[in-house]
Design a protein around this ligand. Structure first.
Ligand code: ADP
Length: 264
């Protein structure tokens, strides 16, 4: 049975016995995981335990080897079964409607360097969602305000700090109005003094929107603040899961205790 969602919420994402292998290396080993609508779930665990692979499967950047992923009750992981290999981000305009409900912010911000900040945020809504330039710009300005970059609309990303670039990437992901936002170690590439600003923006977004959040992070303080539920991964499976106060203060498994001691 999938790990139950933390509250009585409709299910937004479900991994059902999902296996992912790279050659003969099994990265996800029959993963059961369920995330409720508007739930904030953080995946923690040792490096190499399969956390990022979970996000990449949801972005259809990888394909499952076995098992099924459901998004909002619809089988999702077979959606691209006919395609050879993984989808490149450049294929975005061909993505299915369910896939468009999911957005991701990466460790490396991946902004378009030749476009101004506002253009970075409006590009996909215009070309993928079909918004008019005016509508997309209006929404883009609101989002740049939300991430604290109201004075940077016309700047080029290369002129911004890493923290500011990551905030543009967050605004860009939200501009697609995702139901589910995936955050993959979004502060790992930042200088330490820029981390807090980005995490504050994400806390604001969690507090002011109903987006479902699935995060991979080593920032345990952030995980504690933002999460309804923290899921401890080990060897491609869920070792244990619970509200942050339970998982951080009274972990059931020795391996969780060892992991938490090492990252604190
Ligand atoms: P985590 O996010 O928990 O650190 P990952 O999901 O990034 O773990 O990776 C899990 C394992 O899968 C690692 O051992 C990694 O080397 C391997 N892996 C990830 N992507 C690939 C790939 N494209 N090809 C081969 N191995 C991969």
């Amino acid at each position: 049975m999938p790990v139950e969602t933390g509250a009585d919420r409709p299910e937004m994402v479900r991994f059902d016995k999902v296996v992912k292998r790279f050659g003969d290396h099994t990265v996800l080993d029959g993963l059961d995981l369920s995330v409720g609508r508007s739930e904030r779930v953080t995946l923690v665990g040792p490096s190499g335990s399969g956390k990022t692979t979970v996000l990449r499967l949801l972005m259809t950047l990888e394909r499952v080897t076995d098992g099924v992923i459901h998004v909002d009750g619809q089988p999702y992981s077979h959606m691209h079964a006919g395609r050879a290999g993984s989808l490149a981000p450049a294929d975005e305009k061909y993505l299915s409607a369910p896939r468009r409900r999911i957005g991701m912010v990466f460790q490396q911000f991946n902004l378009f360097p030749h476009m101004k900040v506002l253009e970075n945020v409006t590009e996909a809504p215009v070309h993928v969602l079909g918004l008019s330039r005016e509508e997309a710009a209006e929404r883009g300005r609101e989002l740049l305000d939300l991430v604290g970059l109201d004075d940077k609309h016309d700047a080029h990303p290369t002129r911004l700090s890493g923290g500011q670039q990551q905030r543009v990437a967050i605004a860009r992901a939200l501009a697609m109005r995702p139901d589910v936002l995936l955050l993959d170690e979004v502060t790992s590439a930042l200088d330490p003094e820029l981390v807090a600003g980005v995490l504050d923006v994400l806390r604001d977004i969690a507090a002011s929107t109903d987006v479902t959040l699935l995060c991979v992070t080593h920032e345990m303080g952030f995980a504690r603040d933002i999460s309804d539920r923290v899921v401890m991964f080990d060897h491609g499976r869920v070792l244990e899961s619970g509200p942050p106060e339970q998982l951080f203060e009274a972990p059931q498994h020795e391996r969780t205790q060892t992991f938490l001691r090492a990252v604190h």
